[in-house]
Design a protein around this ligand. Sequence first.
Ligand code: NAD
Length: 442
Amino acid sequence: MRLVIVGTGYVGLVTGAGLSSVGLDVTCVDIDEGKIAALNDGVVPIYEPGLEELMQTGVRHGRLLFTTDLSEAVKGAEAVFLCVGTPMSDDGSADLSALFAAAKQVAESAEGPLAVITKSTVPVGTASKVKAILDEHGAGKGLTVASNPEFLKEGNAVKDFLSPDRIVVGTDDENTQALLDKIYRPFLLREFRVLHMDVRSAELTKYAANGMLALRISFMNEVANLCEKVGANIDQVRRGISKDQRIGSAFLYAGVGYGGSCFPKDVRALVHTGREHDVALDIMAAVDDVNRKQRGVMLQKVLDHFDGDVKGKTIAVWGIAFKPRTDDIREAPAIVLIEGLLAAGAKVRAYDRAALKNARERFGDKVVLVEDEYAALDDAEALVLMTEWPEFRLPSWDEVKRRMTDCVVFDGRNIYREETMRDEGIPYYGIGRGKGVTYDRD
Ligand code: NAD
């Protein structure tokens, strides 16, 4: 069976490589010529554990191809998965221009029956609009639509794709449903977890899932902020509530707020959809609001520590990506921190295992980006941890203190123990852990 993936970003590449791994013939298409040239040279343009190996296998067996020629790719294919970006517009809505452009081109190029599957995250009602485009530009060809939202997590995307919790398929066309069942069955041999539903419910499921996850994060961040005022510890509170089976333990970690290319835009798009239908999604609006504030929390802690004056001070930042195991810095809380520090006149030295290239494109020479976590500390007066990469978990505190001119640690992910920092004599601020460990070092 031949399939086409449109858009070779985090979702498209993982989907393409994943589908090719079970024996399907997949052509991945992108409008970015540089990206396709790199892919054809064997260069994987993103950092995603396990992806390179999966892609190499597909390419070696001739089952995974890359091209910019969508029209050619579509010929003879049975299904096209639209995986293009749906970034946030100025008003908070999802920008669907890339999706609609791709749908139009697919419709014009199709030579016969073809299932067009929206895998990009798109607002409820989008599949109907895609269907209208297919009907207008591909009338009589037998083009069908389905919504098949993607739930993979960056950093764990390959595993998530190959072994999904569930697959959501929304379509009112029986053949399209049967086709998608066939495509996904190899990934669900032990237990078939394809959930069939109507198109609109499928579209909304994706937003509801991301909305719920974002809500848990913002809720814990609010409670953490209260903890700091009342002398409680968010880690203890989390342990206390997560043992309740109705609550569970996932997504209950307080920190510097959520980022990435999904939660921020999807929460805002959901609020926007509500507004369009005269439904005030107050909880989602509050989730977004809390998160915007939370992303500024570390900057505020640093400024407070230095009595509002960081001018000329060197601040080290560990971690730039919005979470570990990815190079994605879109909407990363570290960006908010670094921009705030620069605006306040500080000098920033930063390290990230995977995101240096993206950070370089973003900051140019405004930030000193280094290839080694300890090199970020040279001449620094404060260290701010923003992404919990494993190498930050057990650093040599002697080396940290030796490198820095003065030492205070701001831990945006609560990975260090307060006792350790006290023993090391390092002033320390976490999130939601009372007032932090602050005292004079002699
Ligand atoms: P991305 O920005 O990494 O990649 C999108 C790709 O689409 C780019 O390579 C771009 O060049 C290409 N593109 C744009 N217009 C095109 C066109 N007309 N024809 C061909 N290619 C085109 O995006 P992503 O992170 O992979 O996300 C894609 C979609 O999946 C979004 O809707 C996103 O919300 C959703 N999603 C993302 C994730 C994630 O973790 N990144 C998870 C689930 C769902």
